[in-house]
Design a protein around this ligand. Structure first.
Ligand code: SF4
Length: 429
């Protein structure tokens, strides 16, 4: 995708915060359809119907195909030349596809119509289509819509758009309902189970997760709901939750031993959990996490890392790599920098860490080559050319496909960064 090639702007830093280089230009990022790859595995009775082109279908198949062993819960309704030429009524065709799908798959309880670049180009109104199909669907099936198009979204914004579309579906909190905590952001089931155990040990009750594992698990929301973001890319979801009266608990993200402890502590502080109970509930997990991360430190300490903008996990990742593994971030790029949601993370970055928001890929590649980093974290499109130039790379897509949050995953998270360096070392030998 390309945008204008305006000159870069260096934003004035907030007090004590580093300056941010803002760039616009050619970008190398996935579109929001990619989120379907992990979302369809999380929501067992949901189905994602992309209304798109063969390109969209290929993207999903190549991103997810090798990882799927069960019947997929996603498909693409192809918009063909007849639709694009206005010769066929795309709405009629969509109605037929959805009717066939729901008849064949009675297990579907939540159907997402996912918009794409072609559906936007022909101005197919998926909001209206979702309403129409929702009325026509059997009771117990909800039809929602969101956009995953590359014109509107990048990579992880697809999850944000999907979760935001779920918020109007959440029931109103019952009057006098007890206080509740909502963890927002798709987490692997094993991670979710670990978090539940930790919140139970802290005495924080009524914990629910968005997205839930099935449609029936959609939690109520209201002014007695505190929510904790598990992912840094959920700006729109947070906004619509706040509109429903829920309050965000500000925290760093649960990546690494320190990040997980600070994330849990933010919830514990909001719930008035005593320091003693907090230590008792978290000390063993934090120690296991620190020990497993420490095993990777010798391979990474002092190494220089350059993060290209891709998943919006870049700032928390740079904090983890610098504080727990001793790496030196030479540039931390991110597609969007949500200053409020990332405030606690930004405070933990080494002073003077260069930050960039948006992308002008050629200029950023020039900076990267000039910096000669030991490791580059980037999307698939940049990894191969950089590897060919002799620069070790880590695919940032693995950071969202791999369970990395929480204490028990901290060592696996560190291992993601040691592996490319180890591989290069072996190849050299
Ligand atoms: Fe490509 Fe757009 Fe389809 Fe994404 S939504 S695969 S960017 S055509």
């Amino acid at each position: 995708m390309s945008a204008s090639t305006a000159a870069p702007v260096r934003a004035a830093p907030a007090a004590g915060r580093p300056a941010v280089l803002r760039e616009r230009g050619q970008r190398e990022v996935f579109c929001g359809l990619t989120g379907i790859v992990w979302l369809h595995r999380k929501m067992r009775d949901a189905f994602f119907l992309v209304v798109g082109s063969r390109t969209c279908a290929h993207l999903l198949q190549s991103a997810a195909g090798v990882m799927i062993f069960a019947e997929p819960r996603f498909a693409t309704a192809i918009i063909d030349e007849r639709d694009l030429a206005g010769m066929a009524d795309a709405n009629d065709e969509l109605d037929r596809v959805v009717a066939r799908l729901l008849e064949r798959r009675p297990d579907i309880k939540l159907l997402f119509l996912v918009g794409s670049c072609p559906s936007e180009v022909i101005k197919l109104d998926l909001a209206r289509a979702a309403k129409r199909l929702d009325r026509a669907a059997a009771s117990g099936v909800r039809v929602l819509h969101y956009s995953g198009s590359g014109i509107e979204t990048t990579f992880t914004q697809g999850e944000d758009a999907c979760l935001a579309s779920l918020v109007p579906e959440l029931a109103e909190e019952a009057p006098g309902a007890p206080r509740s905590l909502l963890v927002v952001g798709a987490l692997a089931e094993a991670v979710e189970d670990q978090m539940r155990r930790l919140f139970a040990a802290l005495g924080i009750g009524h914990v629910s997760f968005l997205p839930p594992r099935c449609a029936a698990g959609l939690p109520p929301v209201g002014p007695r709901t505190d929510f904790l973001l598990a992912q840094p890319f959920l700006a729109e979801t947070a906004r619509v939750l706040e509109e429903r009266g829920a309050r965000r608990v500000a925290a760093p993200f649960p990546l690494g031993a320190e990040g997980t402890t600070l994330w849990l502590r933010a919830a514990a502080d909001a719930w008035g959990v005593s320091a003693a109970r907090f230590r008792e509930a978290t000390a063993a997990g934090e120690k296991r996490a620190r020990d497993s991360v420490a095993r990777h430190r010798p391979a990474l300490e002092g190494r220089r890392v350059f993060l290209f903008p891709d998943s919006q996990l870049e700032v928390p990742m740079a904090r983890f790599l610098s504080r727990e593994l001793g790496m030196q971030p030479v540039e931390v790029g991110t597609p969007y920098l949500h200053r409020q949601h990332l405030a606690e993370e930004l405070d933990l970055l080494p002073p003077g860490t260069p930050l960039s928001e948006g992308q002008h890929v050629d200029r950023q590649l020039d900076r990267c080559r000039a910096a000669k980093p030991d490791l580059v974290v980037c999307g698939l499109g940049l990894a191969n050319p950089l590897e060919a130039e002799g620069i070790a790379t880590k695919w940032s897509i693995e950071l969202v496909f791999t369970p990395v949050q929480g204490y028990e995953q901290a060592g696996d998270l560190a291992a993601l960064f040691t592996r490319p360096l180890d591989r290069r070392g072996r190849l050299r030998v």
